[in-house]
Design a binder for this molecule. Structure first.
Ligand code: TK8
Length: 337
């Protein structure tokens, strides 16, 4: 071997050793990941999707590229879930509530007043119970990477402030496509109508429905204040989002590629929860300044609503299995000590 050749071989070997991303597809083309979501780019969901994309790009040295596509341009939650299962789309983030038709255990998170605060939600979602529920997705062709915060949900409508249970009578209220929500609001006396989120603004605008329920952040970012006069603070349920991957596609990734996505999902979860909570802390004042009339239910009325809603709990327990239900109740008791 002559001198030049030896130097070249050594240099090539050094370059290979220095390559930190040896487990990545060495094609010229980066892996393209379509990451769909339902809210707009200016929402907390949009900001976190962008953060996730940046993390993946950085950690993979540009070998994996996330195209975050918002405003349900790839379809509403339910449609994207099917695209992931079939392998036609790689990733998404959406409400756990819209997943219940696929994985019944997800209905646990729809239990009215399950969590008293975000700290409890984080502990249960990120702990063994959250993992157990998440793991159920794999039998259905989905991989869940992290729970993000959608948030505590509150009621808005165009008819009247909801100051007591009876005020909900006959209010045509959009709910997510989920039986627990449907039962809950029927139980409260509303005329509950399931609709995908992507159809909600126009349904409110055209008075097809009178009201809806979502966290402050969404009421703000989706400009529901333009078509809703009254916001009644109920905090009736804590709603998580979940970052999902197509299992069909995931199974074809290298271990290193899977790790990049899993790590980025965790980092985006921490970013998202912090960002969401900061925004929620200011949102009420923002919504007021946009002209919304805001009221808080009196403790007595909140209690009446709570009592009525706990009646749907038996159905949730039966649906998800009593073991999971009791384990969750026990964990909450432990956390509250
Ligand atoms: C966004 C939805 C939304 C949810 C809803 O795709 O549908 O009301 O709160 O966040 O998942």
């Amino acid at each position: 071997m002559n001198m030049i050749r030896r130097t070249l071989v050594a240099a090539a070997a050094a370059a290979t050793l220095a390559l930190p991303l040896a487990g990545f597809a060495q094609d010229i083309k980066p892996r393209l990941i379509r990451f769909g979501y339902g809210l707009n780019e200016q929402s907390n969901q949009g900001r976190a999707a962008k953060f996730f994309a940046e993390q993946v790009e950085k950690a993979s040295g540009g070998k994996m590229k996330v195209r975050a596509i918002g405003a349900a341009a790839l379809g509403p939650d339910v449609q994207m879930q099917q695209a992931l299962i079939g392998g036609a789309q790689e990733m998404m983030v959406g409400s756990t509530a819209t997943l219940v038709g696929i994985t019944k255990e997800m209905a646990l998170w729809d239990t009215p007043f399950l969590f008293n605060n975000a700290k409890e939600a984080d502990a249960v979602l990120d702990g063994p119970i959250g993992q157990k529920v998440n793991a159920k997705l794999t039998e259905k062709g989905l991989v869940g990477l992290a729970y993000w915060e959608n948030g505590f949900r509150n009621l808005t409508n165009s008819k009247r402030p909801i100051t007591k249970l009876e005020d909900l009578n006959g209010v045509k209220l959009r709910v997510m496509q989920n039986n627990v929500y449907l039962d809950s609001f029927k139980t409260l006396g509303a005329n509950a109508v399931p609709l995908p989120f992507s159809e909600l603004f126009s349904a409110l605008e055209t008075n097809t429905v009178d009201g809806q329920e979502n966290p402050y952040n969404t009421i703000l970012s989706s400009k529901f204040f333009e078509v809703q006069k009254y916001l009644s603070i109920t905090n009736h349920v804590y709603s998580p989002w979940i970052v999902l991957v197509s299992k069909k596609w995931w199974d074809g990734l290298s271990k290193d590629e899977q790790k990049v996505l899993a790590d980025a999902a965790k980092a985006s979860r921490d970013f998202e929860r912090k960002d969401t909570r900061e925004e929620a802390g200011k949102a009420l004042a923002d919504l007021k300044s946009k002209g919304m009339q805001i009221n808080e239910l009196s403790p007595t009325e909140a209690g009446r609503m709570r009592d009525k809603l706990t009646r749907v709990n038996a159905g949730i327990g039966a649906g998800i299995g009593m073991d999971l239900w009791q384990e969750t109740q026990a964990e909450l008791v432990r956390l509250r000590k």
